[in-house]
Ligand binder design. Structure first.
Ligand SMILES: NC(=O)c1ccc[n+]([C@@H]2O[C@H](COP(=O)([O-])OP(=O)(O)OC[C@H]3O[C@@H](n4cnc5c(N)ncnc54)[C@H](O)[C@@H]3O)[C@@H](O)[C@H]2O)c1
Length: 387
């Protein structure tokens, strides 16, 4: 028996659209899902944006005030895709109102915010899914399985990179992302949060770290009108960039493995260059988001000159079979969000979590806080991970 679940989306920028599309598609890919999401309300503060979303995707109603979503008995689950500074307030209110939440990373501005949301979700007994979508890629799941099975021996070291040019243009608008009060710690929350999650997903907890950060473009132009995603504001009044463009970080894992995590939002020539190289005593695995469905694998007993082969993920890997019938038919970014929607809705249907949760968000945020502290003090720092 399939039951309807009323859903709302709060914040209809890039991620609001992607979550909405995922709700619309999820049953196409997962016909056995016990819930049918129904688009009840979209909350958006920019005039007209919610109405446009409703016209395009069929939300039954719209609002400028997300508090109406919390009070609406038709709604059982809420996507929180508003800017980072609103995550905590909205998420806690939704959980307290008994709504299940699917919230975007980094879940607030600090680890304290992520913990507050995790606590509220636990106290309310609702489900809380988090947008760490890269771990949903079948190749990333395959890498984790392969590492866990000891196929590259004992992991020695890893490099995790997240390089982007989304903020590289000198005319890119001074949006909420570049303000400490509304965007938090810049590229740390934006990109390194995904890196910290991937590090833990693949290799377990980070025991200590040391980091360095930089702001390479200290001023940007204020936008004259509402923005979404990464807008330009040529000629706008200049204002200061208050948070990090760049972070590099040395990692020591609890396992003893070592790592390097580097993230930058102003890397000219880099478009979504996200990925990792994990090395072990007998082999290695390589993944690049831009070739999301491929995994580079070196394994064997040769040690030196050991070949690297390309595995095209297929129906045996992760959630691939829900999207394509055979290996090397490509999945895309939005499909990772459909996987996430499915895991979220399955969590709601079965009352048990699947996929990334708020515990994962607290871990990632604790690592980001540790990076910020380390950069400030110039020392190694132990992240305050949840017990
Ligand atoms: N998982 C990923 O790969 C990924 C990618 C991009 C962004 N994100 C995260 O998603 C979130 C949103 O990012 P985005 O790129 O979609 O930003 P965006 O600026 O495109 O969209 C945010 C939207 O929220 C709206 N908004 C602002 N205040 C509001 C309020 N009080 N009530 C309702 N709506 C309000 C804005 O008008 C805008 O439409 C951020 O937390 C970001 O870190 C995640």
């Amino acid at each position: 028996m399939v039951e309807a679940l009323g859903v709302a989306v709060v914040g209809f920028g890039w991620m609001g659209r992607v979550h909405t599309q995922a709700y619309a598609r999820v049953r196409h890919h997962y016909p056995r899902l016990a819930l049918r999401p129904e688009l009840v309300t979209v909350a958006e503060e920019v005039p007209g944006r919610a109405e446009e979303a409703a016209a395009q995707f069929g939300f039954a109603s719209t609002t400028r005030d997300w508090r109406e979503v919390a009070a609406d008995p038709r709604i059982g689950a809420v996507s929180i895709t508003a800017p980072n500074f609103l995550h905590r307030e909205i998420a806690v209110a939704m959980a307290e109102a008994g709504k299940h939440i699917w919230i975007e990373k980094p879940v607030g501005l600090t680890a304290g915010d992520a913990r507050a949301v995790a606590d509220a979700v636990a106290k309310a007994g609702v489900q809380g899914a988090v947008g760490f979508n890269y771990r949903n890629a079948p190749a990333v799941e395959a890498a984790r399985d392969l590492i866990g099975a000891g196929e590259i021996g004992t992991v020695t070291h890893v490099r995790i990179r997240l390089f982007s040019d989304y903020a590289a243009h000198p005319e890119s608008a001074l949006t909420w992302r570049f303000e400490r009060e509304r965007g938090g710690s810049g590229v740390l929350g934006d990109l390194a949060s995904h890196g910290a999650d991937l590090a833990r997903f693949l290799l377990g907890d980070i025991a200590s770290l040391t980091a360095d950060t930089a702001v390479f473009l200290p001023e940007r132009a204020r936008p004259a009108a509402a923005t979404a995603g990464h807008s330009r504001a040529a000629g706008g009044e200049p204002g200061p960039v208050e948070n990090e463009d760049y972070v590099n970080c040395l990692l020591r894992f609890a396992s003893g493995a070592r790592g390097v995590l580097e993230a930058c939002r102003v890397s000219v020539g880099e478009q979504n260059n996200y990925g990792f190289e994990v090395h072990g005593t007998t082999g290695a695995v390589y993944w690049d988001f831009r070739r999301m469905n491929e995994l580079g694998v070196s394994r064997g007993t040769a040690y030196q000159d050991q070949p690297v082969s390309t595995v095209y993920v297929g129906p045996g890997h992760g959630e691939f079979a829900a999207f394509q019938p055979g290996a090397a038919n490509a999945m895309g970014y939005d499909d990772l969000k459909v996987v996430e929607a499915h895991r979220f809705l399955r969590s709601v249907a079965e009352g048990t979590p699947y996929g990334a949760t708020l515990t994962d968000a607290v871990h990632s945020a604790a690592v980001l806080d540790a990076m910020a502290r380390s950069a400030e003090r110039g020392t190694w720092v132990v992240p305050e991970l949840p017990g």
